[in-house]
Every structure is written in C-alpha cells, then in structure tokens.
Ligand binder design. Structure first.
Ligand code: AMP
Ligand code: GLY
Length: 420
C-alpha cells in the first residue's frame, strides 16, 4: 500500500483524490493544501516545493501534481533528483503551457496544426501588424496568467486595445512581456486530454468545457463553468485525427527534441471544417473536465499514473470507460471571475451517491462548517445513462445545495445535446 500526495486545491484535485482513494493499492491520500472537501490536508501550499518534498519523503508518498504552477516551477525535476516518485511533466516539458510562444514555435517547427501567428515585444510594431491584416486576431500574453491572458478580438480597434492592455499597461505583469498575435479561428471548441509516459499517449475520455461565465457562452472567460463527457463533438474520425496529428506528434516531437513528456497532455482544440487546430496546450488535467472524466474511469487511476511516471504505459491494457455520460456543474460565487463574497456557509452537501459526487473547489472547513472560499466553489458531478439524464441528475443535485450568493450556468451540456 502506498500513500499519495495530491498537490493543489481545486475541484480537479478533489476528483483525483476521490478516484485515487478507490485504488486497492493506495493507503492514505494527502492533499496539499486541499480544500474543504479533501481529507488529510497538509498545510504546505502548492508552491512550497521544499516542504512538499520533505513531506513526501517522510510519509512515503507517490505525488500527483494537479495544477500547472508547481510543474512550471520544476516540482517534478526536484522530486526526481531526490528519487521521489511523482506524476507530471518536467519543467522543460511544462513549457508547452508555461510559455505560449515556446508552444507556438514548437508546433510550427513540427507541423502541428495551429493558427498562424507572429510574436511581438514592441507595441507600435504589433499595432502596425494588426492594421495590415484582413482577418480578426487573438492577442495572447506569453506567460502564465491564470487563464486570463488571452483576448479574442472582433476588430482592429479591439486588437490595438488588447496590445495596450498586455504590452503597455502590463495588466498580466511579466507574463505579458511578449505577446502572440494569431489568427482567430471560428469553430467549435473541445478539450482533448491524453495520458503520456514520454513514449506513447493514451486518450482519456472526450469532454467539453464551458468557459464563459453566462448561459449561451456569454460574458468573460473563466476557468470553466461546467463540463461533460463524452462529447459527441469529438467523434471517432476526429478522435483519430487529433490523436495522430496533435497528440502523438507532440509526444514524439518532444522526444525527438530530447524532452520526455510524462503527464496529462491537454490540447485545447478548435474544430473548423472538420480539421483540428491547437489553441493551447495544458500540461495537466483540465478543471472542470477532470471531474466528469474521473467519474467515468473504470480502471485504477493509480496504476496508470504510476506507469506513466515510469515510462511503461505500454505494459497496461487500454483503459476502460463507463458507458454512461457524466456532467459537472460548477457552482460559483456570484461575481466570479471578478470579485465575489467569501465565507458564506454552504448547506445541502450530504446528498452524494455512487452516481453523484460533489467535488469541492473554493471551500474551507471551519469548525465543521463548510464555507465558500473561492470563485468556483463546487463541481457537482453526476452520471446518467445518456447526456440528457446526466444533465438532469447533475442539476437535481446542484439545486439542493445552497448559500447566499450561489451562481451557476443553467445550460451545461446543452451544446452536446444540440450537436446530437
Ligand atoms: P487559450 O488559453 O489559448 O486556450 O485561449 C482561451 C480561449 O480563447 C480559448 O478557449 C478560445 O475560446 C479562445 N481562443 C484562443 N485562441 C483562439 C484562436 N486562435 N481563435 C479563436 N479563439 C481562440
Ligand atoms: N478548463 C480549462 C482548463 O483547465 O484550462
């Protein structure tokens, strides 16, 4: 029996803890720092790499890293030097997410489909460039900006103001020292997540996120307001295309460049005229995509993460998935992604079953009461025999939970139903 240390504090991490705790090989699951729903929380934050390594060593843990921050900071390299088992990509491999410019140049030199682009440090040159184009653009800060450094523009004026926001006003700080200006591709968006051991990559179940805060994909981008799996949008033909043209090519090209990618490889994909284009890479599970995906896993996640971290995924059989659909509704605090109240007591949390899990995100346990502690508060996730019934089950459970400023989208999964 092995102990596991899950690094992070979101809904994704709670879902990973939940699934890992079901393995017959795992003993205690620790979360650092965890949230109001995770057990065995330790006080070290996700960025206290030295403390985390010490804890993992003293408690004989296999470590699983949830968010990109510690990966970009080199947590995996540090643990490996100390001979500690850890799942996630190295700092170099994490550049796929931590530097959008690195990722775009990597795709370009390896012929991985992505929108055409140019890179700028100088605002004047960037503005002259957008004025010369006859198509709409997206302006992106190079570095990590908590999912906010991307501005999708509808006109030259918007592009000029986006350049000003990132490059001149430095709204995203150092992350905006350089920008990418790329062609806007109008299509259907989906998340494609695979598990790689540096040699091969096996697809996880397909999923689709809902990034905008309001129904009908209106309002500002968020970390994600809900997700479902599988998605009919990524059918068999497209799965094959993405797996070959994007995922396998990425893992192989990384290897050819001397970088082994061991971890979850997430490609944010735009599908236009049946062809996939990579909008971005993430080097971790999606949040909230992780929640419905883990609920559909019919395999021992620990076995697969361990094998991926040791470069021997090919020894395992293809993972099997529950036929059911799963839907995760994110319950947020009103005002997210901007400012929102905290410390409100949540009630109605005791209604879980094998088919409904309430994954915590921005919550804390204070003297036995669960209080809100973040923008995205809970991920209510339910299985159902098909997408329609999974949606109904998830909303049934979501409606029974309350706190004063609870807010959630009412149309999670509808894009999938409409597509069908
Ligand atoms: P990213 O963090 O790069 O995935 O960008 C955040 C969001 O911006 C994506 O989920 C898309 O909705 C949108 N986006 C990014 N790049 C493009 C693009 N080239 N064309 C259209 N939309 C984009
Ligand atoms: N749900 C989008 C992300 O995890 O980046």
């Amino acid at each position: 029996m092995v102990n596991v240390l899950v690094v992070g504090s979101g809904g994704r991490e709670h879902a990973l803890c939940w699934k890992l705790s079901k393995s017959s090989k795992t003993d205690k699951i620790f979360a650092a720092p965890g949230n109001g729903g995770t057990k065995n929380n330790i006080s070290s934050g996700a960025d206290d790499l030295t403390d985390l390594a010490k804890f993992a060593e003293e408690n004989d843990c296999f470590t699983v890293v949830g968010p990109e921050g510690p990966l970009a900071d080199g947590i995996v390299d540090k643990f490996r030097l100390l001979n500690l088992g850890i799942f996630g990509p190295s700092q170099k491999a994490a550049q796929l997410e931590s530097s959008k410019i690195w990722a775009k140049e990597f795709m370009k030199r390896n012929n991985i489909p992505t929108a055409r682009f140019e890179i700028f440090e100088d605002a004047q040159k960037a503005q002259d460039y957008v004025k010369s184009l006859d198509y709409n653009v997206v302006v992106k800060a190079d570095g990590l900006a908590a999912g906010k450094g991307v501005i999708v523009c509808n006109s030259v004026d918007e592009a000029i103001s986006a350049i000003d926001t990132i490059l001149v006003k430095k709204t995203f700080g150092e992350a905006g020292n350089k920008i990418i200006i790329e062609e806007r591709i109008d299509g259907i968006e989906a998340s494609y997540i695979a598990l790689s051991d540096g040699n091969i990559a096996i697809p996880m179940a397909t999923s689709q996120d809902h990034k905008r805060v309001f129904d009908g994909d209106k309002g500002p981008n968020t970390g994600g307001m809900g997700a479902y799996s599988p998605t009919p949008i990524v059918g068999e033909t497209l799965t094959k295309k993405i797996q070959e043209l994007v995922i396998n090519k990425t893992v192989q090209s990384m290897k050819n460049e001397g970088i082994e990618f061991r971890g979850f490889l997430y490609a944010g994909i735009m599908i236009k005229d049946g062809e996939p284009y990579v909008l971005e890479y993430n080097v971790r599970m999606g949040d909230p995509e992780c929640q419905p995906i883990t609920m559909r896993m019919d395999f021992d996640l620990y076995d697969y993460l361990l094998a991926a971290s040791e470069g021997r995924l090919s020894e395992l059989p293809p993972p099997s998935w529950k036929k059911q659909s799963a839907v995760c509704i994110v319950l947020a605090s009103e005002g997210y992604p901007e400012s929102y109240p905290k410390n409100e007591e949540i009630t109605g949390l005791d209604l879980t079953s094998e088919n409904v899990q309430i994954f915590h995100a921005g919550t804390k346990n204070q003297d036995g009461k669960i209080l809100t502690n973040g923008g995205r508060v809970l991920g209510v996730t339910a299985l159902g025999d098909d997408l329609e019934s999974a949606i109904a089950n998830a909303y049934d459970a979501a409606d029974k939970i309350s706190w004063p400023h609870k807010y959630y989208r009412k149309d999670i999964g509808k894009k999938g139903l409409a597509y069908l």
